[in-house]
Design a protein. Structure first.
Length: 467
């Protein structure tokens, strides 16, 4: 019971973080689609895409090492934070290489210094927020993310709607939000006190750098899988097409947000349960709940996608719904793959992250090159879906060396089939298609009725306690 309470507490804290930040970001999308043309939004997405890989490179992912090594028993917290601060300081210098990167993309109409500050401020924030996770100050971590997102929203509205600063104003809003949220994380993480005793253990530094640097090429592989299609769509079709494609990611991001909540909390439980006698049964039980929850939510999202997009975004972006079926299916299997990746985290197996990411990246780029010229944005979305499924299959096989998770039992296979049929049903562009999607929602709920009742009971008990 204690292990479930620990997982529930951490899940609730990460839910506070994710729900708060995602809701704010969610309501900003209509503002962005009004403020930017499809070409301008495509340029914004391209800079964000570049930063996604550039930040881990200049920081060598040291924040992840700070988080993981801090969770060990008898962790040398002072030395761990000192090493994190050292490499974060170096990232300020390494960040100047962004000017050379920007020369490759002449279509980006953003001031180079603003892109530099956007990357560096993001790198600082990632490291200091990872420190809070390493100290298991999850409430403070969640509040830090909410503060960051709220400030980004406030400054975005101010700079875009009041001062009319355009694309540069968008990134300036995020720079200020990252820096102010970083100050909050520094204070709540007691970093001033720790850095006053600055000390670097060379042996520990080698271990942390070895762990984090392997995650850099892993980040590159995930960037290729998640974001290279944005670059290739821009190059092969145009910036405007990438703007529409970027919007198609917004609804599937709800699924990834929900899964991130559970998987972040689960990683702590997996580390603490590593030595327990019944850990395999416990892991399979949690996996079962995750799969059932994801199946229900994903099919519901498919059902509401088209009517919702009509009121959510400007008419110029409505066609984005056409690419969401691929992304929703892909995100479903990626979430399961992320659950399996906790075995890599527990065992500090950063090579497992690397090779599984490399598998997906190679498949993604190859399929993008083949499918985008033939099927346009549909090809990019399908390539992403297939690459996510390939990572899932790789990790199913690879993580068996640590533990066997029953991924392919008959009940799950039926659920996977309903999921894929629902994705196909989205392309029936009529009221009849919408009725079929609704019927598929009813079917997936009936297949998981016991789980749904359990969720209702748990929610009811939680509500009564709060009241």
């Amino acid at each position: 019971m204690q292990r479930k309470a620990y997982l529930a507490k951490n899940t609730a804290l990460f839910a506070l973080n994710s729900i708060g930040t995602r809701l704010i970001a969610f309501f900003l999308v209509p503002i962005y689609t009004k403020a930017f043309s499809t070409s301008e939004y495509g340029g914004v997405d391209l800079v964000t895409t570049i930063a996604t890989i550039f930040v881990p490179i200049i920081t060598i992912n040291i924040g992840e090492a700070v988080m993981r090594f801090s969770l060990d028993e008898n962790a040398q917290r002072n030395e761990i934070i000192s090493i994190g601060a050292l490499f974060t300081s170096l990232s300020i210098i390494l960040g100047t290489s962004i000017f050379a990167v920007l020369m490759i993309f002449p279509q980006i109409a953003v001031d180079g210094w603003i892109v530099y500050l956007y990357c560096v401020s993001q790198g600082i924030y990632q490291t200091v927020s990872c420190n809070l996770r390493g100290q298991e100050k999850l409430l403070q971590y969640a509040l830090g993310n909410i503060i960051s997102t709220f400030l980004a929203a406030f400054f975005s509205i101010l700079f875009l709607m009041v001062f009319g600063l355009g694309v540069n104003g968008y990134f300036l809003a995020y720079i200020l939000s990252f820096l102010l949220a970083s100050f909050y994380c520094i204070v709540t993480g007691d970093l001033f006190e720790i850095l006053a005793r600055f000390s670097v253990d060379k042996k520990l530094m080698k271990e942390m750098v070895k762990y984090s640097t392997v995650l850099v090429p892993n980040s590159l592989m995930w960037w290729i899988m998640n974001s290279s299609d944005h670059v290739m769509v821009t190059a092969m079709i145009g910036v405007a097409a990438n703007g529409i494609y970027a919007i198609s990611y917004k609804l599937p991001s709800i699924l990834s947000a929900l899964s991130t909540v559970f998987n972040q909390a689960w990683s702590y439980s997996a580390i603490h349960e590593d030595k327990s006698d019944d850990r395999e049964a416990f892991h399979n039980n949690m996996f079962d709940k995750l799969v059932r929850f994801l199946l229900i939510v994903t099919v519901i999202l498919m059902c509401i996608m088209k009517p919702f997009m009509k009121i959510y975004v400007d008419v110029a972006y409505y066609d984005a719904w056409k690419y969401t079926p691929y992304l929703l299916v892909g995100n479903f299997f990626l979430t399961i793959a992320t659950f399996l990746s906790t075995f890599y985290t527990v065992n500090k197996d950063s090579k497992g992250f690397l090779f599984s990411g490399m598998t997906g990246a190679v498949i993604n780029v190859s399929l993008n090159a083949l499918l985008i010229p033939v099927a346009g944005i549909h090809g990019a979305a399908l390539a992403t879906c297939i690459s996510y499924v390939s990572v899932f299959l790789y990790r199913v096989r690879d993580t068996r060396k640590y533990m066997k998770i029953n991924v392919f039992n008959s009940k799950y296979l039926i659920g996977y089939a309903v999921l894929i049929i629902s994705a196909c049903s989205m392309f029936i562009n009529s009221w009849g298609g919408q009725v079929i999607l609704f019927a598929e929602v009813v079917l997936i709920v009936l297949l998981n009725l016991k789980f749904v009742k359990e969720c209702i009971n748990v929610t009811g008990k939680a509500a009564r306690r709060i009241l």
